[in-house]
Write a protein that binds this ligand. Structure first.
Ligand code: NDP
Ligand code: 8X3
Length: 255
């Protein structure tokens, strides 16, 4: 695949798996996350293993000026972005709304919604000029139905769904495609981040189930981008077979 692919939040989990998948297909990669060391190490490893060009840098998607500067400052060989994977995101806390930390709400909204918008807005002008592009947003089944103790995270992913639907309409006269991928339980650093580093609590989330992996979601992202140009996959919802909704999962072990 001769494409330039920009993945946000590529230092771990779904974003890292997607970077590996597109690198294996021979794509040029633009990768970012806040952790400079991790993103630099991934970049080196992908260049060594797959011999593809990679431009990697530390970026906080919540910082509009930094997002604009990073996109404007792309080296020429990377400036024509074909695929944007808006993956950077997080959940913080799993408590009743009345008990949640307000700082956690603010970080989730700023990252999952506003940050996704900043990156999209920065990348769109070139896609529109070239009349070519594909924007993949990583939503969640949490955006379809809220679950208890997750109201704000679920609301951010509902926003990702609605923004994807709206953007798809705003781009309907162009060849640019918009896909919203809505995964269920996927074992990454997600729960460790959600529980502020409590690994024991995070591990319990996946006890007694066979969760999805980052590689499972990377396969789906790649599938959506591999469809012929006249085929737009609007939305894909994917769960582990033992999960029906954000709030209904069958566990063989009760935590
Ligand atoms: P991880 O925690 O493994 O990865 C999250 C990535 O996002 C990391 O690379 C992290 O890097 C990056 N990130 C977080 N905040 C920022 C920021 N402000 N600016 C730039 N990068 C940032 O979790 P997942 O791979 O699971 O999560 C990826 C996406 O998938 C998220 O949007 C999440 O909501 C979504 N999702 C996850 C599911 C799951 O069950 N795991 C299910 C459904 C959706 P760094 O910390 O270095 O910035
Ligand atoms: C994360 C999926 O089901 O853990 O977006 O909320 S779930």
């Amino acid at each position: 695949m001769n494409s330039t692919v920009f993945i946000t939040g590529a230092s771990s989990g779904i974003g890292k798996s997607a970077a590996e998948k597109f690198a294996a297909a021979g794509c040029r990669l633009i990768l970012c996350a806040r952790n400079e060391q991790k993103i630099t190490e991934l970049s080196k490893s992908l260049q060594e293993r797959f011999h593809v060009p990679v431009h990697a840098f530390a970026l906080d998607v919540r910082d509009k000026e930094a997002v604009d500067a990073a996109v404007k400052g792309l080296p020429e060989a990377f400036s024509d972005i074909d695929v944007l994977v808006n993956n950077a995101g997080l959940a913080l806390g799993l408590e009743k709304l009345q008990d949640n930390l307000v700082n956690d709400w603010e970080e989730m909204i700023a990252t999952n919604v506003t940050g996704l918008l900043y990156v999209t807005r920065a990348v769109l002008p070139t896609m529109l000029r070239r009349r070519q592009g594909h924007i993949i947003n990583i939503g969640s089944i949490a955006g379809i139905h809220a679950y208890p103790n997750g109201a704000v995270y679920c609301a951010t992913k509902a926003a990702v769904k609605t923004l994807s639907d709206g953007l798809r309409q705003d781009l309907v006269e162009t060849p640019i495609r918009v896909t919203n991928i809505q995964p269920g339980m996927t074992e990454t650093n997600f729960s460790i981040v959600r529980f502020h580093g409590d690994v024991e609590r995070a591990n319990k989330v996946y006890q007694g189930i066979e969760p999805l992996t980052g590689d499972d979601i990377a396969d789906i992202i790649f599938y959506a981008t591999s469809a012929p140009p006249h085929v737009q996959i609007c939305e894909i919802t994917v769960t582990p077979t033992c999960q029906a909704t954000g709030n209904v999962a069958f566990k063989t072990v009760r935590p």
